[in-house]
Design a protein around this ligand. Structure first.
Ligand code: FAD
Ligand code: NAD
Length: 489
């Protein structure tokens, strides 16, 4: 048996950052990852079949849309021809390059890498099985264990869910032909992003969502603007409907059978994408009998410690925030807490200040994207009412932003929620629906998470002409009015 100070199971954005963080402090660290044996690479769901494949294809989708719009700008663009197998190959090259980068990063910090599937019996008995060498199991031991096994697509138990035409995000990035009709079950983040992609590729897309509105986690005004924008891109949206079955029909097609206000409707489809959430991967360590929070591993949200004091859980398996940057942040935190417990350090660097999960930025990508950080307007209204604070809402539209209009991207708006009254002014939330929202949200995040004085932040000069000027204008608007806008009503 080989022993390590810290052992990490899972090489996604949570696991590899945890491993590198622990190694930086001089501890012996190993990481176990099964993906390379199954045709993928390091980097987890995010890199192999999540964030990166989807953004590679979103970029293709945006390129197509821009070429289609080019004639308005005086550019006689050629007809768009899409080569789907070539798009899959390009995506594979992007993934491989980044995945190799993760491998090089681990190597540079001397993290030992075990390719295989881990089963945790206890901390002195973590068994790694390699598909290539089933006879020879490797047994590892550790002082601290960090679990980062991620998640997989959730399924719904309806007839026809296992038909070959029914795909999940695990399969769709290898599709070789563009489906003429794509029905997406689930109007959450994956549903909306894939709808944008395949609509631009030429599919007739229908989104079927159980709840009354799309992207239910977003600020309501942003979600409404997103739905309107999808509809204007000719994406059909059916909300508040129940999916009853997927019915095999004659030939290659299937029908998604829904009940809409009690009436049965059938949606003929060539491919059905299931995007109804994700389920955590917890089988590998079930013998540890950790306390659970429904299907997710229960952790202290600040230390990421599980009910076993030497075992930490991070990323999607905690269900605290199912985002890649959240997984990495949790990985860094768990590694630092584990390092501190091993060497007894109590320096400030290791102090586990509370993590504000509500202030982690999130983006529903597309063109325009919807990006948010902090409280929704509804939550801010309740918070201010409950704390005798005054809520000011600053706004601006991209239709008034020089750079956005010049780029033909004048759709959308910025909304900033500012609370004042307790001798200080604080930004509670920023919501952006518009071009470059996924980039602008990082500045927004500094504003919401920062300790900066809001008046000082408003005086920061933004370069012109840039999309980011919208943040400055909306902040001035919240604080009494912007000289770039008509008087506030
Ligand atoms: P994972 O990335 O799932 O990694 C877990 C790893 O553990 C996997 O590599 C797995 O092979 C390995 N593993 C599991 N069990 C074992 C075992 N027994 N032995 C060895 N190895 C094991 N998030 C964003 O922030 N931005 C986005 O744009 C975004 N886009 C997404 C698009 C799609 C289509 C999907 C599906 C997800 C997207 N996400 C996005 C979410 C993001 O991918 C996840 O939140 C993130 O990958 C979670 O990281 P993790 O480290 O917890 O788990
Ligand atoms: P999600 O939770 O965002 O959305 C799932 C949607 O499916 C919900 O709106 C839900 O109401 C709906 N639904 C559930 N059961 C249904 C049914 N039977 N019929 C119709 N609709 C049903 O989940 P997702 O879109 O699968 O994404 C999974 C996770 O991956 C997300 O939580 C997100 O954190 C992460 N992700 C993030 C990004 C990003 O950051 N841009 C992109 C993709 C995925």
């Amino acid at each position: 048996m080989t022993n390590y100070d810290i052992l990490v199971v899972g090489g996604g954005p949570g696991g590899y950052i945890a491993a590198v963080t622990a190694a930086k402090y001089g501890f012996s660290v190993a990481l176990i990852e099964k993906e390379p044996e199954q045709g993928g690479g390091l980097g987890g769901t995010c890199l192999n079949r999540g964030c990166i494949p989807s953004k590679t294809w979103l970029d293709n989708a945006e390129t197509i849309e821009r070429v289609k719009q080019a004639s308005k700008r005086g550019i006689d663009a050629q007809v768009v021809n899409i080569d789907m197998p070539a798009m899959v190959k390009f995506k594979d090259r992007v993934v491989k390059r980044l995945s190799m980068g993760v491998g090089a990063l681990l190597k540079s910090w001397n993290v030992a890498l075990y390719n295989g599937t881990a089963v945790v019996h206890d901390l002195d008995n973590v068994v790694v099985t390699s598909a290539k060498d089933k006879e020879n199991e490797i047994v590892l031991g550790c002082k601290r264990l960090i679990l980062a096994t991620g998640s997989r697509p959730a399924t719904i138990p309806i007839p026809g869910a296992d038909l070959p035409q029914v795909l999940t995000s695990d399969d769709i990035f290898n599709i070789q032909t563009i489906p003429p009709r794509l029905t997406i079950v689930g109007g959450g983040v994956i549903g909306v992003e894939m709808a944008r992609i395949f609509s631009a590729f030429g599919s007739k897309v229908t989104i079927v969502e159980a709840l009354p509105r799309l992207a239910p986690n977003l600020d309501e005004e942003i979600a409404d603007a997103l739905a309107k924008s999808l509809k204007s891109a000719k994406i059909a949206i059916k909300t508040g409907v129940k999916v009853e079955a997927i019915d095999p029909a004659d030939g290659e097609e299937v029908s998604v059978v829904i009940s809409n206000n009690g009436a049965e409707e059938r949606i003929p489809s060539d491919v059905v994408l299931m995007a109804v959430g994700r389920a955590p991967n917890t089988d590998a360590f079930s013998e540890l009998r950790l306390d659970m929070n429904r299907r997710f591993v229960k952790v202290d949200p600040n230390t990421l410690q599980t009910s076993h004091q030497d075992v930490y859980a991070i990323g999607d398996i905690t269900g605290l925030s199912m985002l890649a940057h959240s997984a990495s942040m949790m990985g860094e935190r768990a590694a630092k807490v584990a390092v501190q417990s091993l060497n007894g350090s109590d320096s400030d660097e290791f102090y586990p200040f509370p993590i504000d999960y509500a202030s982690i930025p999130s983006v529903v990508y597309g063109e325009p994207s919807a990006a948010s950080v902090g409280m929704s307007q509804q939550a801010a209204e309740e918070y201010c009412a409950g704390n005798s604070l005054t809520l000011s809402i600053g706004r601006t539209i991209f239709g008034g932003n020089g750079r956005a209009v010049a780029s033909g991207m004048g759709e959308g708006f910025v909304k900033i929620l500012v609370a004042s009254g307790d001798c200080q002014t604080r930004i509670l939330g920023i919501h952006i629906f518009g071009p470059m929202a996924s980039e602008l949200i990082n500045e927004a995040s500094v504003l919401v998470n920062g300790t900066a004085d809001v008046q000082r932040a408003a005086s920061v000069v933004h370069a012109h002409p840039t999309f980011g000027e919208t943040l400055s204008i909306a902040l001035h608007d919240a604080l009494g009015g912007s000289s770039h806008q008509p008087p506030k009503k």
